[in-house]
Design a protein around this ligand. Sequence first.
Ligand code: SF4
Length: 315
Amino acid sequence: MQKYPWGHHRRFNAYSNYFRKLYGSRVQKLSLDAGFTCPNRDGSKGTGGCTYCNNDAFNPSYCVPEKTVARQIEEGIIFHQKRYRRADSYLAYFQAYSNTYAPLAELKKLYEEALAQPGVTGLIIGTRPDCIDEEKLQYLSGLAKKFYIAVEYGIESCYDRTLQRINRGHTFREAEDAVGATASHGINTGAHFIFGLPGETREEMLAEADIISKLPLKTVKFHQLQIIKGTAMEKEYQSNPGDFQLFSWEEYLDFFVRFLERLNPEIVVERFTGEAPPRFLDRSLWGKKRTDEIVSLIEKRLEELDTWQGRLFNK
Ligand code: SF4
């Protein structure tokens, strides 16, 4: 069976295989809400937040900021064990809001509390590109010598006009700078992107594969735009639906395979799609597809077309 540049026979550089290779065993991420806020909500950058954002849509039930980090980790481990997700070690995933948005002393306390828990071997820190600085990177770079440390940036789009329209409060240049600085400190650097944002054409979204491929990223997550109830975007969508090109499942499958073909094979792909709980969805165009089903349908299509991640990658 053919092996691809990432050393296994799956047709994309898969996150689960990356960790299996790195650790030689199964690792489980534990989502945390450590009580951070976000500069795009608290007034320092903006107050309304990104137009699509409703953070409640993405937090598992065990993760509420009133509980300590240690307690959330303990409950997270039980939560996963009950679902028979066996793991030999855990990564504490600081997920909710902007998890580097506090003075360093406060961050140290929270991160080190997580790293002190039995079984925790690393941190994954979700944040914004404008919430990082040299002092924090130096500290994280020190931790990265002993633990698995990753910083994941919400970038969402490579186009400034889109970033402005969705009220991200930062430019793509700021995202490039944050990614470059983080990677140069020896920290695993991740990014998150959304496909289907208003005003973007499919060709522009596809062209993002070439732009993303040039960034020094270790991991990426993608998801299709989902209109979440109660957000500013829901109102925008209702008053101007023609500006949105929401993907049907078939369209997304075709698009994503073409996107993967252009993506740098060295970048590990963690997610193809997002999955907000149905109560948050304004409308679901995809029926009841689960994430694992989506992954196997995409892998099946790659196989049918005899193609793979990076087949059309231009260095
Ligand atoms: S940066 Fe994140 S938490 Fe803040 S408003 Fe945007 S999506 Fe929400």
